[in-house]
Design a protein around this ligand. Structure first.
Ligand code: SF4
Ligand code: SF4
Length: 339
């Protein structure tokens, strides 16, 4: 019988790594089939980063897939900014420095910018070809803070991580501010810019475009609605890219790794302080549910409404809410606890 991506808001929170392996053994057999090529989408970290998902954990998950007769491989796309990871050779070298080689994980590691284009509401997205060609996609995402999306989890792993370099750039640029009339010089945009990039002068704000990652937080913060995005808010573009991609995947499954939950993402060598105790893994068939559940668990375990926003200023919620809205669902999830 053909197995499909089952959209369910049920997720499982597992504290222990051994329990995870046992759980995935049952779970994968209901999602993937023997002989399936499974693309394991993950971030292998900027050189020097020590808090990304490890090759050892990836290998454990890959071993479960292989034990069921699947044909897994690791995939990521090159980044658009200045980094050794902005081309295939450089990324493979960086991955090796961080412990990811064909020998260490036992499967090929593919880095590619090959893509196909799909139309969204306000822009077209170049979606990487490999996730479209694989029989299934497994999102193995590090749940941590992010300067543009507040939090980076499964949605970010798809909406940015499965896009071409050019689309990654377009999502960031599309979220940059354009100032209109009506500024009251209240200072909210200045205060809420994660990169301290805005100054008020002559009755209006100014920002340095060369230092703006397009997070759109100034737009969200302005009480007078006098700032607009170049294309659309970052959170909308990220969510739309992710939901378009998810529709095109044959089968998919998401695991959020709630370990080393740093202030910043794995794209930087020093991702800042760890903001919460390790809390295991959140697993489910739907990336939005897995991100919502991870935020709920973080809130419950830290007592903070939005732990990452305390450090990054940008809320973790807008891109998750946009993805939920685009998928015609609410923010409710049922979490089953193991361990
Ligand atoms: S988009 Fe983000 S980084 Fe850029 S100026 Fe606005 S708040 Fe600052
Ligand atoms: S938040 Fe809006 S009204 Fe306040 S200073 Fe910035 S642009 Fe002006």
């Amino acid at each position: 019988m053909e197995k499909h991506n089952s959209m369910t808001s049920d997720v499982t929170h597992i504290k222990d790594e051994d329990d995870l392996v046992e759980f995935l053994d049952k779970e994968f057999s209901s999602v993937f089939s023997e002989g399936d090529s499974i693309l394991v989408k993950m971030h292998m970290g900027e050189p020097g980063n020590r808090t990304h998902v490890t090759a050892q954990l990836a290998k454990k998950v890959i071993d479960v897939l292989e034990s069921q007769g699947c044909r897994p491989f690791i995939f990521d796309s090159p980044v658009v900014y200045s980094s050794p990871r902005n081309n295939e050779a450089g990324y493979l070298e960086s991955a090796a420095r961080n412990g990811f080689t064909k020998d260490s994980v036992g499967v090929p590691i593919v880095i590619s910018n090959r893509s196909e284009t799909f139309k969204g509401e306000l822009m077209a997205y170049e979606l990487c070809s490999e996730p479209l060609e694989a029989d299934g996609v497994l999102l193995l995402s590090h749940f941590k803070g992010h300067i543009c999306s507040g939090m980076g989890g499964a949605i970010k792993n798809v909406g940015m991580g499965c896009m071409s370099k050019s689309t990654k750039g377009a999502i960031h640029t599309g979220g940059e501010p354009v100032y209109g009339d009506g500024c009251t010089e209240c200072g909210a945009c200045v205060e809420n810019c994660p990169t301290d990039n805005i100054r008020l002068e002559k009755g209006r704000p100014f920002f340095d475009a060369s230092w703006c990652p397009g997070c759109s937080n100034c737009i969200i913060s302005c009480p007078e609605n006098c700032i607009s995005p170049k294309t659309a808010k970052f959170d909308f573009l990220l969510a739309e890219a992710a939901t378009i991609a998810l529709e095109k995947f044959g089968k998919s499954y998401a695991i959020n790794v709630m370990q080393n939950m740093t202030q910043l993402c794995d794209c930087v060598a020093d991702a800042g302080p760890v903001l919460a105790d390790d809390s295991g893994f959140v697993c489910g068939a739907d990336m939005v549910s897995v991100d919502i559940a991870s935020l709920d668990i973080l809130q419950r375990e830290t007592g903070s409404k939005d732990r990452f926003a305390e450090y990054n200023k940008k809320s973790s919620y807008p891109h998750v809410e946009e993805a939920a809205r685009l998928m015609g669902r609410d923010m409710e999830v049922t979490i089953k606890e193991i361990g």
